[in-house]
Design a protein around this ligand. Structure first.
Ligand code: CA
Length: 533
């Protein structure tokens, strides 16, 4: 940066922020791809006993763990766009993997930079356009590769034509090496840094570094009970009429979905029974996944070690998250996209010992659109009006929800039946219940799967195995949550303005009377025929 511009920065800070420059913390935002809360020690799941994340768990032990952090659209590119813009998908326009955010809308980085932070983005980016709002970047093209990864960097040529390659290296190691190098040689110490450090791991297909080949090799991975058949789970939307769509909705661990499942992918012995094959596939899947997680955790030990050595550990707000959750065999599902707990929930840990009490936990509902405002708040910057999210910094520091804090998370998945055979859906999650509406159509209102509703009582049924939508005892809950979902849609601005054909389907099946149910059954038969052709 030219000296003349640098001279103006304290003035900008005075205007933009409430904290004096020398007291502002660094902000390190660490995000792994598809690292789900079940695959942590600190979240206490069935896998915690395997101690998968000793380094990351330190952030929970010395900071705050969020039990109810949610993405608003459980898939890579949209979640990243929500974090960077502070806007829901229907506002920032990134509904699916085809979305992009150009430099002028990379609001989080722009605001940090304007406030005098030294900004850098290293690792998986997945927003297509140049990360031009950052002063330094080195990002994987698209999904990037696990081995011999190539990165798009700044240089003489126009984006995206300057590249570097790390031959013989795993992506998690290459990303950490670049961050360490930037901290040592690139960071201008006169300013605090805002660094986004994003791993590709543990995204599929879970290619771990060879040094982890023996990790968990002889361990039988604990199974979720709902890996196996749960007769009251799901709806006409996810099972079809008389369960006729079970092979076609949601890719599977076992042989259920013949198009895509891990028995097939991992070439499990075809002579095994369905149950034995499913169990074997689950174990291979989880071991590959957890070996990638281990690589992330070990690399963070290197990063945290460097921050300790340089005296920056306690002077840095360290945030760890995944871009969404992930199904690790729950309901026999793989991947994310679903509104079910394991997919909707984001792991979220924040450590900053100067103001966040060690070992604190909160059940407050926060969404990925709130992450940007919170980081800006730690930097002393007011949330820009363009962002829909709200800072939860005070919750980190006090454990108390401020007046009027949200009691509901909004959810919408748009990529109807793409890649993993998930129908389009919309829903609301409160601290105690979840209502999901599978409207089941593409952007044109076509390729219909049967519409259907699901209600889960999370207090009694945290693993979501009993759909209570048609239980008369829950009629009032359904009515209340439908009213709240409609109001929430209006509040977040998702009123169907961009896709009227989809909205027409949503409205048609909203009340879900007997005629709607009959029509949904017919749609199920039609869809089955289309898959059989
Ligand atoms: Ca992801």
């Amino acid at each position: 940066m030219p000296r003349s511009i640098f001279a103006f920065i304290p003035l900008i800070l005075f205007v933009a922020g409430s904290l004096p420059a020398d007291e502002r913390p660094n902000i390190l935002f660490i995000m792994s791809d598809d690292h789900t809360s079940q695959a942590f020690g600190c979240y206490g799941s069935r896998l915690a006993k395997l101690n998968p994340t000793p380094t990351i768990d330190r952030l929970a032990k010395e900071g705050m763990l969020f039990e109810n952090a949610f993405c608003t659209n459980s898939i890579c590119t949209p979640s990243r766009a929500c974090i960077l813009t502070g806007q829901y998908a229907h506002i920032n326009g990134v509904h699916d993997l085809g979305g992009k955010i150009e430099s002028k809308r990379q609001y989080l980085a722009l605001e940090m930079r304007q406030a005098g932070y030294h900004t850098a983005m290293i690792g998986k980016w997945h927003l297509k356009e140049e990360p031009g709002a950052f002063e330094f970047y080195s990002v994987l093209p698209g999904q990037g590769k696990y081995f011999d990864p190539v990165f798009r960097v700044q240089g003489a040529k126009k984006w995206p034509n300057n590249t570097i390659q790390f031959k013989g290296m795993h992506s998690s190691d290459a990303i950490t090496n670049q961050t360490l190098r930037w901290l040592k040689e690139g960071w201008d110490h006169k300013r605090p840094f805002f660094l986004m450090h994003h791993y590709k791991a543990p995204h599929d297909f879970f290619e771990y570094a060879p040094r982890y080949a023996d990790y968990l090799a002889d361990v039988k991975i604990p199974e979720p009970a709902n890996l196996w058949k749960q007769p009251a789970f799901g709806s006409l939307a996810t099972r079809g009429a008389n369960d006729e769509l079970l092979p076609h909705i949601g890719t599977s661990i076992g042989r259920r979905n013949p198009r895509r499942n891990y028995v097939k992918h991992y070439k499990i012995d075809s002579k095994l029974s369905d149950e034995d094959a499913q169990r074997a596939a689950y174990n291979v899947y989880l071991k590959h996944y957890l070996r990638c997680v281990k690589g992330v955790d070990d690399n963070l030990a290197r990063l945290f070690g460097h921050l300790e050595e340089t005296g920056q550990m306690d002077n840095t707000v360290i945030i760890y998250t995944g871009d969404q959750g992930f199904m690790l065999g729950e309901h026999d599902y793989m991947d994310k996209r679903w509104m079910y707990e394991e997919s909707q929930r984001m792991p979220l840990l924040i450590r900053y010992p100067k103001s966040i009490p060690a070992g604190s936990r909160t059940g407050t509902i926060v969404e990925n659109v709130d992450f940007g405002p919170t980081m800006l708040d730690f930097a002393g910057v007011k949330t820009p009006s363009v962002m829909q999210g709200r800072s939860f910094r005070s919750i980190c520091e006090s454990g108390q929800e401020p007046a009027g804090w949200k009691q509901e998370a909004y959810y919408r998945y748009w990529m109807h039946m793409a890649h993993h055979d998930n129908p389009g859906h919309v829903g609301i999650r409160t601290k105690t219940h979840k209502l999901i509406f599978y409207y089941g159509c593409d952007y044109k209102g076509q390729q219909q799967t049967p519409p259907g509703w699901e209600l889960y009582d999370l207090a009694k049924d945290p693993t979501e195995v009993v759909n209570q939508y048609d239980n008369p005892a829950y009629a009032d809950v359904v009515t209340d949550l439908k009213t709240r979902l409609a109001a929430l849609r209006t509040r977040v601005g998702d009123t169907g303005q961009d896709f009227p054909a989809v909205e027409a389907v949503i409205q048609e099946f909203w009340d879900y009377d007997q005629d709607d149910r009959k029509k949904a059954e017919e749609i199920s038969h039609t869809y089955l025929r289309s898959r059989s052709q």
